[in-house]
Design a protein around this ligand. Sequence first.
Ligand code: SAH
Length: 255
Amino acid sequence: MGELTWSPENPEFNHIKQKLLEYYVTMNYANSQLCINAFERVARSMFVPNGQRPHTYNDNPLPIGHGQTISAPHMAFMECDALDIVPGDKVLEIGSGSGYHACISAEMCAPSTVKPPEWKPLTRYYDESIYEDFSGKTGEVITVERIEPLVEYARTNIEKAGYSDRVKVIHGDGTIGYQHEAPYDKILVTAAGPEVPDSLKQQLKIDGKLIIPVGSKNFYQELVLIVRVSENKWSRQNIGGVVFVPLIGKYGFEG
Ligand code: SAH
């Protein structure tokens, strides 16, 4: 793959974006340096519908139409951080929505190699030396969305932000995973299911990780981290309470 670049954030958001990232670091949400860098690099304002743009860095979900939301920035942050996505990883996302979360994942598994002109880090937490350890490793993201107009919305946003060379959007029911490209190093589900779909566990590589909110429809869920320890063994850990839109499909809730 050639040079990979990203589009800069509109500077009107710099101050509040900086404050938010500093807050995540102080709250110990930020364990992955790659996740911190990705948060700085990906322009969230490109994924928010026009009328919602002033609220880009409010730390809550925002409507994107069709009854769906772009998750709160800390949710995208927590999921990618906990998955510990690294360059070279093949990542499957279920629930493309706006495409933002997919691009944060892409910036972690296939980091951009070229900076937009005039770009400067917002915080002292940004660290470019991390990429030396992974030079030449380029992964990819496959993201599945069930609502057709959102497939188009995500594709357009991903293209504008500069990630269409690393992110592929598929229309379908993500509760069955995406066998065609399996196995995956990391799987992230950005909608809440009643249980962990076995199909997704089966599409993980050994040592691969899966993160998914599990619980009730439209109310309260636990974020669950699964690790495939061996061919027939998976570990399971609850990492905190969350609220996500429902995962609707064959191994999710009924529509
Ligand atoms: N990751 C998104 C968050 C989107 S909200 C972002 O960064 O904006 C969750 C998304 O999951 C919604 O777009 C919803 O339509 C989608 N979804 C729900 N069930 C699904 C399923 N079975 N397969 C694929 N997408 C699903």
